[in-house]
Each structure stands twice: as C-alpha cells, then as structure tokens.
Design a protein around this ligand. Structure first.
Ligand code: PLP
Length: 371
C-alpha cells in the first residue's frame, strides 16, 4: 500500500486542505489594483503553491490575470494539457527540459544563456520563433546572465532574432530581499536591472514586458520613492494570489488579501493538565497554570511547517496558538491561550479544527464546553 492509500484509508475528509477559489479571485482583483495597469503574471509553480495549478490558473485568469508563470516547462505543458491556452512563461530549465514541446506549444521561455543553443534548435525544429524573456542576474545569484555575460548574450540573441528564431518579448530579473523593505539591496538590484534593460534596447532588442517585482516587490512598491522602477511593465505574483503576506510584521489583511487555503481536521484528544506540564518533543513549552490541552492530528507530514509553533488554530469561534514543537503527525494547542476570532491581527485561515464529537475517546461532552 502506498502512503497515499494509507492516508485515504484513514479518511480523507477527516484531515483536508480546503481551497477557496473565490479568495484567489478576490486576491487577483486586489493585486491588479496595486499593480495599477501593469500585466499581472500569476505564478502557479509547484502546483500553485499546493493549491492546485489548473484550478488556480483558471480562477486567476477569470479574475483578470493576464499571464501565467511556472518554474518548469513541464508545469507549463501540464496547463496546456488541461486546455489552458493563456500565455505561460517558464523560467527554470534543467537537463530534462523539453524545449521542442515548449516552442511547439507556445510556452514562453526564460532565457539565461546556457540553454540558448537548445532553444534555437527547438525553434528550427518547430519552424517558428521561440518567444523568450531574457533573464538578468541583478544579484540573487541563481539563474540569469551576470552583468559580465549580458553583452554577449544580447549579441547572440539579437542575431537569432534577426534570423527569425527568437522573439524577445520580455526582460526580467528576480529580487533577493524584497520581503525586507528596509534593506538597500533591492534598490541596487533595480538600478543594475535598469542598466541591463537599457543595454538590451541599445543592442536593438525591443522587449515589451520588463519585469522584476514578486509579491513583496508589488506590495511594497507604493512605499518606494519611485514605485515605477519596481512595477515596470509586469509583476510576477505567487504568494499574494494565495492570500499570504511575505512580510514578517504585516498580515495579509493589511493588504486586503484573503488566505485561500484552510487545513481542516477534528480534535483527536482533550486533557486537563496542571501548571508546569510539558508539551511535545523537547518540552520547549510548559503550561502557565492548570489548563486543558487539545491534540490536533496534523503535523509536518501533512504540510504544517515544523517551524509553525505559535500558528493560529481556529476551534469553534476562537483562535488558539500551537504550543510546543510540531511533530510529524500532530500538534497541540493550549485552551487557556484562546481569543475570539478577529481579535488579533494574525487570523489567517491556516488551520481549522472542529470541536471533538461527543463520546469520542478522550473527548467527552465536557470537553465541548471548553472549545
Ligand atoms: C516564485 C517566483 C515568483 C513569485 O514569488 P512570490 O514572492 O511568491 O510572489 C516570481 N518570480 C520568480 C522568478 C519566481 O521564481
């Protein structure tokens, strides 16, 4: 039996991830407002951050997103196989990337340089130009041509364009610290990128989509001295689609975003404990006073990050923090730490737990009073 089958045997409805596509659509509307007329590239890589790529892609496009973004060509082709015909850009290529399929199925390609010959071969094979977005490494140190490699790339690309093998639709870069708006590196990256774009135009290229901003870039643009230098022609937004804030000190609600995913389960156990009772591995948490502990049967094997101690768990109409370490398949909340829904800033919809059903082991009717 595979682990997937095991989980289903345990009852899929007892522990489920519920995705609210109306929230995704609401968020797209909000992000379009913030982007003030720029092209919105909805990033649906990694199965739309776990929310379901085809469903999220359709919802985002219906709400006004102009284009989709994926890491791998294979992810873009999977969208095509689902009948999604909108423009898609894929930017992370590996030895296994199928450039022929990408060109023939109209997938736009991020182009850093090393893959250029393979892309040109694919364009010849398909008998049509590959549509590319040149990627400039302005400081993240991952993909993209470095400033030293950039002039040579521009030269080769210009030649290929004149031979009808490439169409340069875009030029882009990716930011390293946009989620920490007080750091100076973002402005440095944008300045370096501006130089790179100027060089591309001087080399005879005519990109219509110049883009740099990810979610934190878009959300912080209004606070910058020159928002246009961040927003440019297009923004590539992932996290914001799903209603999450990239900033440690700012909630989604502050930006008008609504979290799209809820993890839902039923309480597995409830117990009364005295003051000083330890909770979970390492005993990193001890109860302040006599209280009641609730066992939630979700852990890091279910996708709850192991670092999510303190994360909000909604039980009934109150919110409780996870206390102690998150284990592989379970975590614990302390019922003495509850507050009403809406009383705190951090009420995401990350986790939701139904009160225990009366009569279950360890969760008698008495427990219902407390939760
Ligand atoms: C993942 C990714 C994004 C989206 O980032 P968010 O912070 O989730 O908006 C944008 N651009 C590139 C190149 C990415 O890899």
């Amino acid at each position: 039996m595979t682990s997937e089958q095991n989980r289903q045997a345990a009852g899929p409805s007892e522990r489920s991830a519920v995705v609210d596509l109306a929230a995704v659509q609401h968020n797209v509307g909000r992000l379009l407002d913030l982007a003030r007329g720029r092209t919105l590239i909805a990033v649906v890589k990694a199965d739309a951050y776990g929310h379901g790529a085809p469903q999220v892609a359709r919802a985002a496009l219906a709400a006004g997103a102009h284009m989709l973004g994926t890491a791998h060509v294979a992810e873009a082709l999977a969208l095509r196989a689902q009948g999604i015909t909108a423009p898609v850009l894929a930017w992370l290529h590996t030895a296994a990337t199928d450039f022929n399929a990408a060109v023939s199925q109209d997938v736009r390609l991020g182009l850093s340089g090393g893959e250029l010959d393979l892309v040109l071969d694919a364009a010849r094979e398909a008998g049509r130009p590959a549509v590319v977005h040149l990627k400039f490494d302005s400081g993240l140190g991952r993909n993209g041509a470095t400033p030293a490699q950039w002039p040579r790339l521009l030269e080769r690309v210009r030649r290929a364009e004149s031979e009808g093998l490439l169409t340069v639709e875009g030029v882009f870069t990716h930011l390293a610290v946009a989620d920490e708006p007080t750091r100076p590196e973002t402005a440095e990256q944008l300045a370096a990128f501006q130089d790179a774009v100027r060089a591309a135009r001087e080399a005879g290229l005519n990109p219509t989509l110049v883009h740099a901003a990810n979610t934190p870039g878009l959300l912080s643009a209004a606070d910058l001295p020159d928002p246009d230098a961040m927003l440019l022609d297009a923004v590539r937004v992932g996290l914001g689609l799903y209603g999450l804030s990239p900033f440690a000190d700012r909630t989604p609600q502050e930006f008008g975003l609504v979290p799209a995913m809820t993890l839902r389960t039923r309480v597995a156990n409830v117990k009364d404990v005295p003051a000083g009772a330890g909770v979970s591995y390492g005993l990193t948490y001890r109860t302040e006073g006599p209280t009641r502990l609730v066992l939630v049967p979700l852990g890091y094997a279910d996708g709850v990050p192991r670092v999510a101690t303190g994360a909000p768990v909604r039980i009934g109409d109150r919110i409780f923090p996870v206390v102690g370490r998150i284990a592989m398949d379970q975590c614990v909340v302390d019922l003495s730490l509850g507050r009403p829904v809406g009383a705190g800033a951090g009420d995401g919809r990350a986790l939701e737990s139904a009160p225990p059903t009366a009569g279950r082991d360890g969760a008698g009717p008495e427990a219902d009073d407390g939760v």
